[in-house]
Each structure stands twice: as structure tokens, then as C-alpha cells.
Write a protein that binds this ligand. Sequence first.
Ligand code: HSE
Length: 399
Amino acid sequence: MINIAVLGYGTVGSGVVEVIRTNQDIVNKRSGQDIKIKYVLDLREFPGDPVQEILVHDYNVILNDPEVDIVVEVMGGLNPAYNFVKSALEAGKSVCTSNKELVAAHGAELLAIAKEKNLNFLFEASVGGGIPIIRPLNQSLTADEITEITGILNGTTNYILSKMTDEGSDFDSVLKQAQELGYAERNPEADVEGYDACRKIAILTSLVLGKQVDYQDIYTEGITKITDAEIKYAKALGGSIKLLGMSKFVDGTVYSMVSPFIIGKDHPLATVNGVFNGIFINGNVLGDTMFYGSGAGKLPTASAVVSDVVDAVKHQGTNIMTIWDSEKVALGDMDTFNCRYFVRTKSKKAEVEAAFGTVSYVTVEGLDEVAFLTENMTEGDFNQKVKALDMIYRLRTAL
Ligand code: HSE
């Protein structure tokens, strides 16, 4: 018998309890042990919910109970999650978490404690919701030098952009729907400003490099300024707008960013719509591979958390080697990043051509302005040239 304790009975925590109760036989069989939820920790009461019988409000009850083998942290945020997780590991309990803020900020340290104690610190649900991506990166794509990892890593913003594209819906009402469906963060600014995707690409890039990529160093731009006009221009260019978390490894330089991009209809991530996430990886010997699935929501995220519980049970007494040292990676300067830029401007075509030379113009009915696509150029070069124009907005593209 393996006893687990679930910290937090919110969307994901209640999902973990539901997944274990629904699939108890399967989970027991696959882990080779009977898994029992001994405690659920939450400050709130849940009258009428069977969880009430195992509900505790004091973390010390869990920490000091030697019968608790695995702690499942699904509270989110850094405090008190960081102290709870660290003390659980120090007390000899493996930890499974969905908390990307915690993993991005303290992953290297928590993995080191788990290694030293012969335990496991697992975080499959921290990136891509229910999509297996951490375990494949750590255990399957080990023969390759990874050259690119690009993902639609936030379900809420992908849901918003998809609805704006398909139904012409406005930003605020779609965000409200995403919140009601349980996709959004408690503070949806983390979704729409790209902070959530930033934590996730930081985690993936740290795992690829085996070193610390600080999320604070990652250029991050959200989708709050995207309007119906940008959506229409993207369609006129034969593509769509996606919020991408991207790391490219070019001649020893790592470019890492979160940004809305116009991508073409042939891009591998073009058909990833709604709350779905997709993660595209290129390896030098494998070539391209894609991971696709539900990127947010109660049960998909809980499915990934419970898969970690099964892995922790299967590896009791053995640390699953995960290389993520605290040595910090210096990221490439965005000024040297290369792409084609889409620009809306109040300036005339003659001014555009004086600044950029040859460009490809794009028009949308009813919009009385100049819009164009540049040739491939560095971001530094683009920023210099665009100064000559009265710019309305610009978007990076992968066209
Ligand atoms: N708010 C996140 C999203 C939840 O929308 O993707 C999953 O991390």
C-alpha cells in the first residue's frame, strides 16, 4: 500500500482525486501497488464532498506522518508550495507537481534534493497539461541534439485566438469563457501576457540543455494587443496567429522567447486549435516530432499528475536521473534573432520602401492603411528600419 497526500483541492487537486477514484484498478495495476489517498490539504471546507473525511488544514500532519510516501502538490504559486515541497523531499517523500512556477524557479534545486535522497521529483503536468512531454524529453529523445523546441504551450490563449479567428469573437468575452471552463490561471494575466508559457518554455529548455534557463531572461510578449485587424491580416497571408513558446539552438546560441507569431497553414502547429497544446521538436538525427493533446483543464492535467504518481511508485528507492544543473545559461540577444516581420503602418508605401526596400504588401477590405511583410532580417535591423515609419503594430512571423 502506498499512501499519498494531495496538497490543494482546486481544479487540478479535485481532478487528481477523481482520476484515482475513477481509474483506481488501472492505476493500482500499473504501479504494482494499492494507492490510497490518505490526506487532502486545503484551507477550505467541502461539506457534502467525500473528501471532507480525509481533509486536513495543517501541512504538518502530512509532513510528520511516516506513512505518507508521496506528496502531490497541485496548489500552484511559489508560497507556500516551495517550502511544502522542499520539506517533503527532505522528509523522504517523493513529490509530484503540476506547478510550473515552482518547477521553473526551483526545479534544479528540488531535483538535486530528490537525487541526494534517492527519491523522485516529477513534474509531467507542469508543461502541456495532459500531454506527455517531460518524460519523453528526459527518457526518449536522449539520442538527439535538439535543435528546436516550439510549442503552443498555453491552452487559454490558444482558445482565445482560435475563437477570435473562427468566430470573430472579441477578446474579453472569450477570456471569460476560458475562465469558466477552468483553463485560465487564477490571475489570467499570466495566460494572456505570456508569463505561463514563459515558465513552460523555460522548463523545457532547461531540460533540453540540462542547465538552468531563467524564465526572467526569456523575451515574453502576450496577446493582449491582438485585434480583429491582425486576425484578418493573418488570414489574408494564408495563416493564423499563435502564441508560441520557442527555443532555437543556432550555432551554439540559444534563442528563447514567447511571442505571438503569424504562422502559415503548413506549419506543424497550424492545426492545433482551441484549448489544445502542441509541441514541435526537431532533433539532429530524429528530424521532426510532434506532441499534441489537451493543454489545460481538470482531468487532462490530473491524468499527467497521476501518471507521475504511478512512476514514483514504480521507482521507489530509485532516483530517475534528470539532468538539470543550476549552472545558468546565457540566452542569445533578441537583436540577432532572424525572421520575417508583418507591419501595419500609417506611413505611405514610398516611406516603407525607402526604409525596407522590397516588401510584400497585404490588404484587408475596410482597413485604410499600409500593411506589409518584410524579407528575412535580424530583429536589430528591423527595429532600426521601422523607426522611420509611423507603425501601428508588428508581429513576428514564421512564414
Ligand atoms: N492556464 C494554463 C493554460 C493552464 O491555459 O494553459 C495549464 O497550465
